[in-house]
Design a protein around this ligand. Structure first.
Ligand SMILES: NC(=O)c1ccc[n+]([C@@H]2O[C@H](COP(=O)([O-])OP(=O)(O)OC[C@H]3O[C@@H](n4cnc5c(N)ncnc54)[C@H](OP(=O)(O)O)[C@@H]3O)[C@@H](O)[C@H]2O)c1
Length: 373
């Protein structure tokens, strides 16, 4: 009898799970009976195309890496974050989302700096390191008024990470609502960074359906493919706008990336009105959590029946809706647990049960202030 390490199968608890193989290996098997065989979380053909890039069906978000105010970051967490990164890459995760605005105060840019360091020091296979795709976002700060300034922002990100090219260069938000003239300069900046080869592909974030169509048409006319659109998308954030953006993205071959798939932590099941996170998140959760019982009960019920954890079910819902989720992770345990969102699928009845729970809940995530129509 051999011992298999099985990861993320439908009947398995979180990852990794040693189980006993019931069929014996052939006599001439090259695998020694005692060596653990680790199945991948997904097969190469299940990777997703994002423009010219091929990425894992889930990426990880790094907003917390450097953010003291909202996420309670301090530099003593760096060793754990590095282990978290290594575990993710070793398990096939190759998409990491960051932004040039991530990191508070003097830690501005910290998320990109840490990612660069972790890539350089990655102890695993060279091929895994070479396949890492960084998706960074460039802020539409009011002082970035020309295409050249936006290109310089991209060069600064490359410097911080000490890499030569960013996988997906994303415009962090649209200024259409308050500074339409700036918007065109930023679009031209995206074109310029693509033409100079500073980014492999181009994406947007916080674009609503109308603006998404506009930028898509503009970039297409300039010969630049738009490969991804990032929006807040979760069981707490699944309104008409999300559906429209998804439909448009599908019709134009744009990959929808779902950010905050765990509702900033509210969809993990670990917070309640009597157990709130410190800081501004606690204030937000205090408003929303009391109205979330129908959704949290549905998540709990399905997670128990499927022997999955609540975060795994919440992330799997995003995957089943045809999106590419990028849950934020702050520790090895969170990364390990979230990896267990891969390798299985909720049934259509379970999807309906979750959406019914969400519809019957009065609590909703507030939309990002930068989200456009
Ligand atoms: N484009 C944009 O404007 C935009 C906006 C927001 C986010 N994003 C991107 O999307 C990424 C993900 O979104 P997010 O970080 O806002 O929120 P999220 O993914 O909904 O929640 C992440 C947080 O939930 C907690 N968590 C994660 N896994 C857990 C687990 N297995 N068990 C228990 N707790 C767990 C952690 O915080 P605690 O442990 O502190 O609870 C973690 O930081 C970001 O990192 C960022 O890259 C983009």
């Amino acid at each position: 009898m051999a011992v298999l390490m099985v990861v993320g199968t439908s009947s398995a608890p979180p990852f990794p799970l040693p189980v006993t193989c019931t069929t014996s290996l052939p006599k001439n098997s090259l695998i020694p009976p005692s060596s653990p065989l680790k199945l991948p979380l997904f097969w190469p053909w299940q990777k997703l195309k994002v423009g010219p890039l091929s990425v894992s069906p889930m990426g990880f978000g790094t907003w917390a890496w450097g953010n003291q105010l909202l996420w309670g970051y301090d530099e003593s967490m760096d060793a754990e974050l590095q282990k978290t990164f290594n575990l993710a890459v070793q398990n096939g995760i190759n998409l990491f989302d960051t932004a040039d605005s991530y990191g508070t105060g003097k830690l501005n840019g910290q998320s990109e700096k840490l990612l660069g360091k972790f890539i350089r020091e990655f102890p695993g296979r060279q091929e895994a390191r070479d396949n890492i795709v960084i998706a960074s976002k460039f802020a539409a700060y009011p002082w970035r008024l020309t295409p050249g300034q936006f290109v310089n922002a991209c060069k600064s990100s490359l410097d911080r990470m000490q890499i030569e090219q960013i996988g997906i260069g994303q415009l962090h938000w649209s200024t259409a609502n308050y500074a339409p003239l700036q918007e065109r300069a930023l679009w031209d900046g995206l074109v310029a960074m693509y033409e100079k080869g500073l980014v492999r592909a181009v994406g947007v974030s916080n674009y609503g359906p109308k603006q998404l169509l506009k930028i898509h048409d503009y970039l297409t006319a300039r010969g630049v493919p738009l490969c991804s659109a990032q929006v807040q998308f979760s069981l707490l954030s699944m309104g008409k706008d999300q559906t429209e953006v998804k439909d448009i993205s599908d019709s134009l071959g744009i990959r929808l990336i779902s950010y905050s798939p765990l509702g900033l932590g509210m969809l993990t099941g670990k917070y309640s009105s009597s157990n709130l996170p410190p800081g501004p998140r606690g204030l937000l959760f205090r408003q929303i959590l009391p109205g979330l019982d129908p959704l949290l009960n549905a998540l709990k019920e399905i997670s128990q029946r499927r022997k999955k954890s609540i975060p795994q079910v919440a992330i799997n819902w995003c995957i089943c809706k045809g999106t590419l989720p990028i849950p934020g992770v702050k520790s090895v345990n969170q990364a390990r647990e979230n990896l267990g969102a891969l390798g299985w699928k909720l049934t259509s009845d379970e999807l309906l049960q979750l959406e019914d729970g969400a519809n019957r809940s009065s609590g909703r995530m507030i939309q990002n202030v930068f989200q456009t129509s």
